[in-house]
Design a protein around this ligand. Structure first.
Ligand SMILES: NC(=O)c1ccc[n+]([C@@H]2O[C@H](COP(=O)([O-])OP(=O)(O)OC[C@H]3O[C@@H](n4cnc5c(N)ncnc54)[C@H](OP(=O)(O)O)[C@@H]3O)[C@@H](O)[C@H]2O)c1
Length: 246
């Protein structure tokens, strides 16, 4: 019998690595795509040691637009995709983006435009096979614009809206779309930020994603308490929100 197949885009991300480990122990076949060949090699060895029946890897830098359909062809060769995770991203420097359109566009390419193209290409493949789950990492930062990170937040908000539309389109084809909204996670992305009590380890996020995939959830706030925090933040009227230092 053919093993279940998982495709991880941005595979070397700390959150994606932890999710890959969960599916490796379930003895899935795992396709890994990331920009660093050295990190990919280490990750492949790790996942094989944890039980992955096979791993395949490929490099891609999302700062440059490329052959997205080629990624889909590679990842779907000889079988169906059961689970696709898209996880890459950069936090970016809000102040630097305010000063430079070039930098803002560069980050938007990685954080949203590459997601849009990948989802567009992968969804056609999965729609035609009429199965599979697409899990996409957005962020609580995409729920409301704040002065401290609205360039990053805009890309994440765009991912959330895109996934909503895609979920609506793919429902009739039996392809499920999960939007993941993490809060603060202890990963290389946030290593430079002072970490308070709301920060959690990436394996906690991966466990929540895995559970949400199993339960066919449409959206998951992770950890769960971000659902409460963001419900309150979304209720703040704009005339008040614009006066706050957030
Ligand atoms: N950490 C948080 O607090 C937090 C909160 C909400 C949402 N998120 C989201 O969670 C996802 C995973 O991030 P993480 O927290 O696990 O951080 P991470 O470990 O720093 O992972 C970021 C990943 O993005 C990859 N990447 C960055 N630029 C790329 C490019 N141009 N081309 C290809 N890959 C690129 C990095 O590759 P390298 O390994 O080569 O650097 C790395 O694998 C991201 O979408 C992030 O926005 C994170």
């Amino acid at each position: 019998m053919q093993a279940n197949r998982m495709v991880i885009i941005g595979a070397t991300s700390a959150i994606a690595t932890e999710l890959g480990r969960i599916y490796a122990t379930k003895r899935w076949e795992i396709y890994l795509l990331a920009r660093s060949p050295e990190k990919l090699k280490i990750l492949e060895d790790d996942l094989k040691a944890r039980g992955a029946v096979a791993t395949h890897s490929r490099c891609f830098d999302f700062a440059h637009r490329g052959n997205y359909q080629g990624i889909v062809d590679w990842a779907s060769q000889g079988g169906c995709i059961d689970l696709l995770l898209i996880a890459h991203g950069v936090l970016g420097d809000q102040k630097a983006s305010e000063e430079s359109n070039e930098l803002a566009l560069q980050d938007f390419e990685v954080n949203f435009l590459s997601y849009m193209c990948l989802l567009n290409s992968f969804s056609k493949n999965m729609e035609s096979k009429k199965k599979g789950t697409i899990a996409v990492i957005s962020s609580v930062a995409g729920d409301r614009g704040r002065q401290s990170n609205y360039f990053y937040g805009t890309a994440k908000g765009a991912i959330t809206i895109f996934c909503e539309g895609l979920r609506n389109r793919l429902f009739k084809s039996n392809v499920h779309v999960l939007t993941v909204k993490p809060g603060f996670v202890k990963t290389p992305m946030t290593a430079h930020i002072k970490q308070g009590p709301l920060f959690v380890e990436p394996h906690k996020i991966a466990e929540d994603i895995s559970r949400a995939v199993e339960r066919k959830k449409n959206q998951v706030y992770t950890p769960w308490f971000w659902w409460i925090i963001m419900t309150i933040i979304k209720m703040i009227p704009e005339p008040i929100l614009k006066r706050l230092k957030l």
